[in-house]
Design a protein around this ligand. Structure first.
Ligand SMILES: Cc1ncc(COP(=O)(O)O)c(C=O)c1O
Length: 431
């Protein structure tokens, strides 16, 4: 290896990293504190940061945390916010500080991240069929480790697989699992009462598992609050409740330790709180699992969150997440291209929504009236606009997103901004 190649692998070079969104050429040492960002005095509207850049409005985050905490208090329910939305240690810390019971993960490697960040109670809201992961999970709970770690079972085969894997690991005690119920045309989860009971009996017969409750996910039923979706969600939640009651009556739930009933993403958690309230009399702790609420959005969640209901009694959620890009080309009168693409912004639940623009050098945001993103390629957004629109190469455009989860995973670093887009810090993500 010659000297220059060795230099490329020198520790300082390996640790350093340029994050998209920072001014071109900025290198942040990974050991650097995020306060380095706060001390730069950047302003997004002044063009100080690179583009594209992901920003989180600090006030909106604070508000969303408070609104969800207020809802949980009012309805006497707990929340294990879904960490998959942000996978950010800074945001997870804020969710726990706001009173969350613990955190939800989707897969074992997210559990590992949460454990590394010191999270003490974890709900892995998914089945686990990897024997090595099952053995590893069993070692993550108990004295000196997490105080609660639950995962899902929805089949007799899955119960047997877990039992075998845990026996092989010589794990002591019983691992606590939740029985997942699913709905027709939905995702995982036992579909019938008979299937649920069979799984619960298999858990009881196993030597290494015990059933700590029942769970399901209603967010796969629909994304609107119309009567048909609402009826289907309410019906599914009633099935989860009836299953909990049935297993309770049949002596199939764990005799010791807390018991849970869990559902509730960010669209229907109000219906969940109402449907599950009677189960508290049967000893169930209600756990919601919303993740998207923390950032909210300008699309799907803005249109259909519980705060759109006339009887919503708390403040509304606020969209915290925006992606800002620059016009790099205006090749046709009614077309501009931004330096924001599929690598930067979600497109699975609607295209980004132009919110504001800043003419180069003005530092002032004005509403982006009459503009629409009609397509994305890897690194570009196609912005359709009236031929007479005042938008030039070099101008900034602020975009709202629809579905925050699939935007967060595109950003190892998002910048926290105040209400004037002054950069006051950053949050990291680890997907
Ligand atoms: C099982 C499960 N629980 C909770 C959530 C969180 O839902 P939301 O993103 O609406 O907050 C999800 C999201 O996909 C999920 O799959």
């Amino acid at each position: 290896m010659d000297g220059s190649a060795a230099g490329a692998l020198a520790p300082a070079t390996r640790l350093g990293r340029g994050y998209k969104g920072l001014p071109a050429g900025s290198i942040v040492d990974l050991s650097a504190d995020l306060s380095w960002i706060a001390r730069r005095g950047w302003n997004v509207l002044a063009g100080d940061t690179g583009t594209p850049v992901a920003v989180l409005h600090q006030d909106a985050l604070t508000r969303n945390l408070a609104v969800m905490a207020g809802f949980c208090r009012r309805h006497d329910v707990g929340i294990a916010p879904h960490a998959k939305t942000t996978m950010s240690p800074e945001l997870v810390a804020r969710q726990l500080a706001a009173g969350a019971w613990g955190m939800t993960a989707a897969v074992p490697h997210q559990v590992a991240a949460l454990r590394a960040w010191g999270v003490d109670r974890i709900l892995l809201a998914n089945e686990v069929a990897d024997p090595a992961a099952l053995r590893w999970l069993a070692g993550q709970v108990g004295p000196g480790a997490a105080s609660e770690l639950l995962w899902y079972v929805d089949s007799v085969a899955g119960v047997r697989l877990a039992d075998e894997a845990l026996a092989g690991a010589g794990a002591g005690g019983r691992q606590r699992v939740l029985l997942e119920l699913g709905h027709a045309a939905g995702r995982s989860g036992a579909r019938t009462a008979g299937a649920a009971r069979a799984v619960a009996r298999a858990v009881q017969e196993s030597h290494r598992l015990e059933l700590a409750g029942v769970a399901g996910y209603e967010g796969t039923i629909g994304t609107d609050r119309g009567p048909a979706t609402r009826a289907a969600v309410t019906g599914f939640l009633a099935t989860i409740g009836a299953t909990y009651a049935d297993l309770h009556a049949g002596g199939l739930l764990a005799a010791t330790g807390p018991r849970y009933v869990s559902a509730g993403g960010s669209l229907f958690f109000d219906l969940v709180a109402t449907a599950f309230a009677p189960l508290r009399q049967l000893g169930a702790q209600v756990l919601l699992r919303g993740g998207s609420y923390v950032a909210h959005d300008h699309g799907l969640y803005q249109q259909a969150s519980p705060d759109t209901e006339p009887d919503w009694e708390l403040a509304g959620f606020a969209a915290a997440l925006e992606i800002w890009g620059r016009v790099v080309s205006r090749p046709e009168p009614e077309l501009a291209l931004l330096d924001v693409g599929r690598r930067d912004v979600s497109f699975d639940a609607g295209l980004p929504i132009p919110l504001h623009l800043v003419h180069r050098g003005t530092g002032t945001a004005v509403p982006a009236a009459g503009l629409a993103v009609t397509a994305l390629s890897d690194q570009h957004a196609f912005l359709r606009l009236p031929a007479a629109a005042d938008l030039a190469v070099g101008d900034l455009v602020g975009l709202g997103v629809s579905h925050p989860c699939t935007t967060f995973d595109k950003w190892p670093l998002l910048l926290l901004v105040d209400d004037r887009y002054g950069v006051v810090g950053g949050v990291r993500t680890f997907f």
